[in-house]
Design a protein around this ligand. Structure first.
Ligand code: ADP
Ligand code: ZN
Length: 682
């Protein structure tokens, strides 16, 4: 079988995702490969498919045991011989892996990096005809990243010892990490590198300024009830209170943070993986362990720490390619908190500068005036993408020339010695004679009361955006008082202009509209399909997506395949899954009670299937003879199958098909030949 056929038969995909094809071809050709693909880009397929095309066993190094086990299960469900050697195995599982290895059957062997530390591993790998090493999450080799795994440093050694090609995969894009991967895994010898675009077209991007933030998050979740989601929170305490609020609102929700016992964390990871529609309120500790392809939404209850972190965190949604939503909330307090964290951190000065710049990039995205997606991708140096679907494309913001208000604000800050926060400065601008204003004689300043054209909330939006554009920064040494930055000087001097969003903070709609994954008329079918999937997943004790992912079910609900052939054309339905689950889901769709004959099922992937159907129909017509008066007669299923595959063209050829005796040739011969010749001539 060639690549495309294997892709279709085993994985059920008609096409590669963008960028996958080149990577697969390079890996199949035995080149050393480094592929940087966004989360959800389909990295696993880039070594799983080559593993099937190449001789020997592909050893996959992957950092997390639970994920390996799921991948192995998913492969087995697709009919691929795969196994894992991890500390989580039962003895039977380990024995089964060894048996398959010795029988030369295993195509993929997953191993935890810790395993490489044991001296015996290398000897074992020498004996089993390894043809390829695949390294998942290759950035774990980087000592500077927070995912560093010391045992990843042994992979280079392994590659040298086995002398086989190595393919490394990661979603981490920065130059430093890439260089480190090449140095540590490939001994500095440049592999074939693939850098695939960062656009995740199925992710909807949205930001909102905080305004009753808890309600904003609850509304967002309510509109997506029953769909799996993650809420990233800035503090451990908030994960707990928010999870409780979610549960009170009737969601299935739990919390997760680094302060929990390892065992409790694992329980949450497991539940999230298995359950359909759980919400996890978490700190960023809920990270690499999340490998659920059908996360339908990610919300940030607080601003992430950098644009890279933002991209990675929203990236956990919609890996299956079906639509997924994101919402990031931010406000002046977030900006203050993030700046303080950087300033008070232990990093050297130039690192702090870089961190402020990465935060600035995120704030720039939060305060963007046009397309969120274009702004985000421009940061990754990717240009010319289409959007039309982000919040700003859908509802362009109301903007105004804010040069004068910004200068007023800067002036208020400077004239008060840069010792005050936004609240007091706004009082001055609005001319409010508060006690604090009077006590400091700020009502005598020339700026007092010059800003009455804007309301208080409009001024708040101006200050927030000024912080977002890094024109002012809160100074931790002055209890967060706002100080002007160098960026603001041209504005103050009248050498530059600035446009800001008017941001009349909209009071959020009381009853959020429910966001559906499919059109209204397809929704009942989609829930019926999901119910079937849940039932199957529960009996087999696997995560639901191992049966079929959301993308596949959505396609089924929309296309409504009415035969196994049509079912086989749905993306994600490979031969093995068609055999295991095709009929069950078809029954849900057609509501048909008749079980499809197994013989028929075997043909479903070929055009012989259509011929079989036509022969069967012809036979039903003639079952009682041309006038409907004769003794009933039928052909056996294997006979029909032989006919549809061997396709006799004459009565003589027809007679040679086993089961086609004289009586049957008499009864059906002409009709069958009409079908068969019709099929062959077109
Ligand atoms: P990641 O790059 O994040 O590791 P995965 O390998 O987990 O991504 O793939 C994400 C999802 O995309 C999986 O559900 C997988 O089945 C699906 N997928 C991968 N390749 C294709 C393809 N060619 N067509 C359709 N879906 C695909
Ligand atoms: Zn857009």
């Amino acid at each position: 079988m060639d690549l495309k056929q294997t892709l279709q038969t085993v994985f059920g995909f008609a096409d590669f995702r963008p960028g996958q094809g080149e990577v697969v071809e390079a890996v199949v050709a035995g080149q050393n490969v480094l592929a940087i693909m966004p989360t959800g880009g389909g990295k696993s397929l880039c070594y799983q498919l080559p593993a099937l095309m190449r001789d020997g066993v592909t050893v996959v190094i992957s950092p997390l045991i639970a994920l390996m086990r799921d991948q192995v299960r998913a492969l087995q469900a697709a009919g691929v011989s795969a196994g894992a050697l991890t500390s989580g195995n039962t003895d039977e599982e380990t024995d089964a892996v060894w048996d398959a290895l010795h029988a030369g059957q295993l195509k993929l062997l997953y191993m935890a990096p810790e395993r490489l530390a044991a001296g015996s591993a290398l000897g074992m790998l020498h004996k089993i005809n390894v043809g390829l090493i695949a390294v998942d999450e290759a950035h774990c080799v980087s000592q500077w990243g927070h995912d560093f795994r010391p045992d990843y440093l042994r992979i280079g050694e392994l590659r040298r010892a086995l002398n086989v090609p190595l393919a490394a995969f990661t979603a981490t894009a920065d130059e430093e990490t890439r260089t480190e991967i090449v140095a540590k895994l490939f001994d500095g010898e440049a592999p074939q590198s693939f850098l695939r675009g960062f656009n995740r077209a199925n992710l909807h991007l949205a930001f909102a300024a905080k305004n009753q933030p808890r309600q904003q998050i609850l509304n967002f979740a309510a509109a997506r009830k029953g769909q799996a989601g993650i809420v990233y929170c800035g503090t451990r305490a908030k994960t707990e209170t928010l999870a409780k609020a979610m549960a009170d609102a009737g969601h299935s929700a739990c919390h997760y943070h680094g302060g929990m016992e390892a065992e409790d964390r694992r329980i949450v990871e497991r539940r999230f993986q298995i359950e359909d529609g759980l919400i996890v309120c978490a700190t960023v500790a809920f990270g690499m362990g999340v490998d659920k392809p059908d996360v339908r939404w990610v919300a940030h209850a607080d601003l992430p720490k950098s644009i890279e972190a933002y991209y990675q965190e929203i990236g956990r949604a919609g890996r299956d390619g079906a639509p997924a939503d994101t919402l990031t909330l931010y406000g002046p307090d977030d900006i203050r908190l993030r700046r303080t964290q950087i300033d008070e951190g232990l990093a050297p000065a130039e690192r702090k500068m870089a961190d402020h710049a990465r935060l600035n990039a995120l704030l720039g995205l939060a305060e963007a005036l046009e397309c969120r997606r274009k702004t985000l991708l421009a940061y990754f140096d990717e240009h010319g993408v289409d959007c039309g679907t982000c919040d700003l494309c859908q509802t362009p913001p109301d903007v105004f020339d804010a040069t004068t208000p910004v200068r007023m604000a800067l002036s208020a800050a400077l004239r008060t010695g840069e010792w005050f926060g936004a609240g007091h400065l706004i009082d001055i601008l609005l001319g409010n004679e508060t006690d604090k204003v009077k006590a400091r004689a700020h009502n005598e300043l020339p700026t007092f009361g010059v800003g009455t054209d804007l309301s208080r909330s409009e001024w708040q939006a101006v200050f927030r955006q000024m912080m977002g554009r890094d024109l002012m920064r809160p100074d931790p040494e002055r209890h967060g008082a706002l100080r002007m930055t160098e960026n603001a000087r041209p504005l103050l001097k009248g050498e530059a202009q600035i446009t800001l969003r008017r941001d009349t903070i909209k009071t959020s709609a009381r009853r959020p509209a429910v966001k559906a994954l499919v059109k209204e008329e397809d929704a009942p079918l989609l829930s019926a399909l999901k119910a079937k999937r849940r039932a199957l997943a529960e009996t087999q004790r696997v995560p639901a997506y191992i049966i079929f992912n959301d993308k596949t079910l959505i396609e089924m609900a929309e296309l409504r395949p009415d035969s196994l052939d049509a079912m086989a054309r749905v993306s994600g339905v490979g031969a093995k899954k068609l055999e295991s689950y095709g009929t069950a889901f078809l029954e849900v769709i057609t509501g048909a009670q008749d079980k499809v004959h197994p013989m028929r099922r075997k043909l479903a992937l070929t055009d012989a299937g259509a011929i079989y159907d036509a022969l069967l129909a012809a036979q039903v017509d003639l079952q009682h003879g041309p006038m409907g008066t004769q003794k009933p007669l039928t052909c056996s299923k294997p006979t029909l199958r032989n006919l549809s595959e061997m396709r006799p063209r004459t009565l003589d050829e027809l007679r040679r098909i086993p089961g086609m005796d004289d009586a049957r040739v008499d009864r059906f011969g002409d009709a069958f030949l009409a079908v068969l010749n019709g099929a062959q001539t077109g």
